[in-house]
Each structure stands twice: as structure tokens, then as C-alpha cells.
Unconditional design. Structure first.
Length: 473
């Protein structure tokens, strides 16, 4: 009788997981459809002068877009039980889907060239997914003194804040995201960043230290820690009006709410929010018109998050087809021995070539700026394997902590990888610092029922560790 009951329960769980997977694939299809509708009707009408034009793909190209978009949805982790699950979902939404579609739309290369690019991107994403499918075992690292972590964390916070304030001084200004360029904050900050190393402090603070404060504050319900993290993020925003800081700050709280309430449907919720964001943008355009100021502002923000990564993929692919690759000349310490074939940094070269204005930068994601720029299409596979290895280490470090806390602590790694190369995310972006701090931190409590909608802390965390290797159950 007991055996039959177990079989029924196992079948029920398998059936639930199957329907969850089918529903996620359906949501991925809905996201692609809404993304395309918004691009065709709104984005291409408003920002065609930026190169975001639209050419109708052939039937074969359309079929390829749908297949290459939906197949990975059948393999992505849906429960967000480790940081890499969130990062892969974020890359899928913000980089992969746009990079599969937009190159066909703007047609910088032939459809066959774009198809080869898309197949390579598919292979790269699948490499990362397969490398990160299994749950990681934790490192056997014992933190004996809790105070060491807090002393180091607060010391870094204060040191970075003092450094930023001392360098920027009266140049620190809080402006609305819509006024970043017209106010002169963005261009004025470039001179300060160029003349000092304070950019290192800004990136470390908003990419590692501040998210960790917010994560710890939400984990232990400490308002002071949350407030410290928010103030730190606002300080970093005031240096140059980087809109991604404000956007990711919102995402951090939304992510905590989603995972803490129901981890099993966290990935679904992320795709639903993306669909809602795109459709809301489209409804505003329909109601106000594509020439309305509000429409341009909202569509500009959404396009920066979801469309521009695809455009940058197409531009890097087109640019380096008939030009020499960098072969790591854009990454230290390789740049000390490998000569850059261009007279300036690649983000300036590509930005000026397609933007037509000197000084325009084209900061791109890991597959474009790390992969294509350095080794062509093969580089996409290479950087995917390297990123998978880094995220595997992140998962092992995070295995001793509550999944929600660890995911939030490394959430900015995903944002950096969708806007910057792997090397930048790892060192300047604070991923390495977050790894060291979480190794130093005392294990955060596991919440019983994370994913089942409860939020009770388990005090006997050690009972969750398996004797053969310390894997959290």
C-alpha cells in the first residue's frame, strides 16, 4: 500500500513539473509574440534613426526564430533554487531572445549569415544550461567568526562611499532618468571617471556591496541594512545617472517577493513581468501615439533593456565579419602583450561606426563584446563555457546559504552579463568580490517551504546538509 502511494505521489509530481514546463514554453512564445509586435509597431517607428528598422523575415527565418527561441525554454531551470537559474532566465529574456530576432529585423547581413549567428547563440546558451543543470555541492569552508564578515562589509561600504563623495563632491546630482542626457550629468561624469579610478568604487558598490546589504536586510528583516543598501545605490546613481541602477534596484525587491512567495513559479513570473512590460509600452504607444513624449520615454527605457542587446549583437557580428578580431586585446592582462588592431577601445570603435558620432559607446553583453569581438562566432561558445564555469563556482559558494538570499546577492551578475563582458562583470562588476564576501559570511538560514509559499526560518540548518558532501536539500 505504501509503495503504491509513493508511486502515485511521484506520478503527481512528475505531472505537475510537466505542466509547469509546458506553461513556461507557452509564456516564452507569448513573450516572443509581444516583443515582436511591440518592435514592429512601436520601436521601429520611433527609433528607426538609431538603426532599429524592420524588414520582414522570410518564412524560413520566422520558423528559425520560433524554434531557436522556444527550445531553450524547455531546459531552463524554473525554480530559481540557485543564482545561476536567475541569471540564465535574465540572459534569456534580455539578451538571447532579442539577439535571435533583432538581427533578422534590421538585416545588416544576409539571412544565412544571421541564421548561423543565431544557431551559434543557441549552442552557447545550451552549453551554459547543461553545465548548470545539476545542483551544486557547497564548499567545505567554515566561518568561525561572524564579526569578520560584518567588519569587512561595513569597511568596504564606508571606504567606497567616502571615495565617491571625495572625488565627485558637488558634481553628485540626482536627476530624473528622463533628464540624464539633457542635464549633462552623464557626459560630465565621463571626465571624472576618465581622470580617476573612482569608477572601480562605483561599480563595486552598486554591483556587490549594496545588493548584499539589501539582501541581508530583507533576509533578517533589518531596516537599517536595507536603508544602507538603498542609500548606497542612490549615491552611485548620482555619479552619472546610470538608469540600470534604478531599474535593477526595483528588480531586487520584486525578485525577493517572487522567490520568497513561491520559488516554483519564479521563472514564470519573470517572463510574465516581461510580457506585461512590453504590452504596457505598446498600449501607451497606441493610446498616445508614437510621437508623444511619454511614448518615446517609456519605449526608450524598454528598448534599452530588451531591444538594444539584440541590435548590438547584430552590429558586432556585422562589424567583425571582415575586420580583424581582438584576440583578448580588450582584456587585461592580455592587452599588455596583444596589440589592439584599432586605435581605440572596441566599444568606441563600434559605437562611432554605427552611431556616426564620436564618443558614442556600444557596451555589449558577453556574447558580443567577449565572444564575437575576440574570436568571432566560435568565441560565443568559448565565453559561454567560461561563464558557465564561473557560475558553477557561484552556485557552490551559494549552496551554504538560503537560495533567495544568494540569488539576490548575485543578481547584479546577471545585469552585468547582459550589458558588459564577462571579464568586466567578474572583476570591475563585483562578482568576484561577492564570491569572496559570501565565502566569508556565516551561512544564512534556510527558509522552510521556500517555493511552497511559506517564510519560516529553520534554525536547525545543519539538518539540511547531507553527510556525503554538504549539499543543501
Amino acid at each position: 500500500m505504501m509503495h503504491e502511494s509513493n508511486l502515485v505521489m511521484t506520478a503527481g509530481i512528475s505531472g505537475h513539473r510537466l505542466w509547469s514546463r509546458v506553461f513556461f514554453v507557452f509564456l516564452a512564445a507569448a513573450y516572443l509574440a509581444s516583443f515582436r509586435m511591440s518592435y514592429v509597431n512601436d520601436t521601429s517607428a520611433i527609433f528607426s534613426y538609431m538603426g532599429l528598422t524592420y524588414s520582414e523575415p522570410s518564412i524560413g527565418a520566422n520558423v528559425a526564430i520560433w524554434i531557436l527561441t522556444l527550445v531553450p525554454a524547455g531546459f531552463l531551470g524554473l525554480r530559481l533554487k540557485q543564482p545561476s537559474d536567475f541569471i540564465l532566465i535574465l540572459l534569456y529574456i534580455c539578451v538571447y531572445v532579442p539577439s535571435i530576432s533583432v538581427p533578422f529585423f534590421i538585416r545588416l547581413r544576409s539571412e544565412m549569415d544571421v541564421l548561423l549567428l543565431d544557431v551559434t547563440l543557441f549552442a552557447g546558451l545550451m552549453v551554459m544550461i547543461l553545465m548548470l543543470q545539476s545542483k551544486a555541492r557547497k564548499y567545505r569552508f567554515v566561518t568561525r567568526d561572524k564579526r569578520t564578515f560584518w567588519v569587512v562589509l561595513w569597511a568596504l561600504y564606508i571606504a567606497f562611499a567616502v571615495w565617491i563623495i571625495a572625488v565627485f563632491g558637488s558634481s553628485l546630482r540626482f536627476v530624473a532618468p528622463t533628464d540624464v542626457y539633457t542635464s549633462g550629468v552623464r557626459f560630465g561624469s565621463r571626465e571624472i571617471f576618465a581622470q580617476s579610478k573612482v569608477g572601480f568604487a562605483v561599480m563595486m558598490m552598486f554591483g556587490s556591496v549594496n545588493p548584499l546589504f539589501i539582501s541581508l536586510g530583507l533576509q533578517h528583516r533589518r531596516k537599517l541594512l536595507v536603508l544602507a543598501g538603498i542609500c548606497g545605490q542612490l549615491l552611485c546613481y548620482c555619479t552619472g545617472g546610470l538608469k540600470s541602477i534604478m531599474f535593477s534596484l526595483i528588480i531586487l525587491f520584486v525578485l525577493h517577493s517572487i522567490i520568497r512567495r513561491n520559488m516554483r513559479r519564479a521563472a514564470h513570473a519573470m517572463v510574465v513581468m516581461s510580457i506585461a512590460l512590453v504590452l504596457s509600452c505598446h498600449l501607451i504607444a497606441v493610446k498616445a501615439g508614437t510621437k508623444d513624449v511619454t511614448t518615446i520615454m517609456v519605449d526608450g527605457i524598454v528598448s534599452r533593456i530588451l531591444v538594444i542587446p539584440g541590435q548590438l549583437t547584430a552590429e558586432y557580428h556585422d562589424f567583425f565579419i571582415h575586420r580583424p578580431h581582438l584576440y583578448l586585446a580588450n582584456i587585461k592582462p592580455f592587452s599588455w602583450v596583444v596589440k589592439n588592431p584599432f586605435d581605440q577601445d572596441v566599444i568606441l570603435v563600434v559605437g562611432e561606426y554605427y552611431g556616426g558620432i564620436a564618443g558614442v559607446t556600444s557596451n555589449a553583453h558577453l556574447w558580443a563584446e567577449d565572444g564575437i569581438a575576440n574570436f568571432g562566432l566560435v568565441g560565443i561558445i568559448v565565453v559561454s563555457a567560461l561563464a558557465g564555469g564561473v557560475l558553477r563556482i557561484v552556485n557552490r559558494i551559494s549552496a551554504r546559504h538560503d537560495p533567495c538570499f544568494a540569488t539576490m546577492a548575485f543578481s547584479f551578475a546577471g545585469f552585468h552579463l547582459s550589458n558588459a563582458p564577462l571579464s568586466t562583470a567578474l572583476f570591475s562588476g563585483g562578482v568576484m568580490l561577492s564570491m569572496l564576501l559570501l565565502l566569508l559570511a556565516h551561512p544564512q538560514k534556510i527558509y522552510v517551504g521556500v517555493g511552497e509559499g511559506t517564510g519560516r526560518k529553520r534554525e536547525d540548518q545543519d539538518e539540511h546538509e547531507d553527510a556525503s558532501g554538504g549539499e543543501l536539500r
